[in-house]
Write a protein that binds this ligand. Sequence first.
Ligand SMILES: NC(=O)c1ccc[n+]([C@@H]2O[C@H](COP(=O)([O-])OP(=O)(O)OC[C@H]3O[C@@H](n4cnc5c(N)ncnc54)[C@H](OP(=O)(O)O)[C@@H]3O)[C@@H](O)[C@H]2O)c1
Length: 288
Amino acid sequence: MIAITGATGHLGQATIQALLTQVPASEIIAVVRDPQKAAALQAQGVQVRPGDYNDQASLTAAFAGADKVLLISTVETELELRRQQHLNAIEAAKQAGVAHLIYTSVVNPSAESPFVASPGHAATEADLRASGLSYTIFRNTLYLDLLPGLIGESTLPSGKYHSAAGKGKVSYALRSEIGEALANAMTSSGHENQVYDIAPAPAYSMRDVAQTLSEVSGQPVEYVAISNDDLKAALRQHHLPEPVVELLAGMTQAMEQDEFNLDSPAFEQLLGRKPTNLQQFLASVYGK
Ligand SMILES: NC(=O)c1ccc[n+]([C@@H]2O[C@H](COP(=O)([O-])OP(=O)(O)OC[C@H]3O[C@@H](n4cnc5c(N)ncnc54)[C@H](OP(=O)(O)O)[C@@H]3O)[C@@H](O)[C@H]2O)c1
């Protein structure tokens, strides 16, 4: 049996839908903090169990009978709380007798990264290695799905795309395809104690993104370089909460520093085909 946390989130849903094409629904445990949000999964025959990252005992009960657990990283951004939530899940897996834990990390996890989630991922990877559990780490790059949010609603009408990412390049991966790759890894052998960079080539600069957006939409889009301070000021002008300003500014700084600029064959190998690229994705969203 395979238990999946964050099962009502985007990546959890994508992974479960991919798993359902490979294993019976009764072999899948969806671990959710709000079972009311999981009615559709229940209707598909998936076992829905309550589990909160802040409550280790709930996770131990939810993982009962599972031989594999997919721990989807939390949305919590405060470092110590983030680490503790993941540690609760790791400890719960041990107590429940789970053999193998799969964790969704980030590329180049580091305590020094300006990307707010990165130090927590580095800490959890260390906790997982120290746990004695057999593990697989998916170091996910940025989701392609984030781009429409970064592009925003004013880019096409104004014909200008402002970015503080400089010349930094980013490898992107489509979230639904990461879900497929996770499902494939959990239903095949040979992934014990492996670390996969889910970061396919090519990586793109934000100038590349603006140019591709222009091509697929048929509208001119000029790339405009701004500083990270300008970015923060613009986000504050839009009344975004300060933690969101810091998250986006830190992520952009990490982009500028090439933290997401990798070229790994792992994603294509796990997926069994070429992943969706920038041009295909932007055409599906903005195509004429
Ligand atoms: N690579 C990237 O570009 C990128 C971008 C954004 C996030 N991420 C990371 O990747 C993870 C998965 O992405 P996603 O798009 O699937 O995010 P998502 O849609 O926000 O899903 C996050 C899931 O975590 C669950 N969760 C949060 N706190 C919890 C708690 N205390 N106990 C139990 N479950 C809890 C949420 O439950 P509810 O459904 O009840 O809210 C949700 O199911 C995120 O959580 C984040 O760590 C990566």
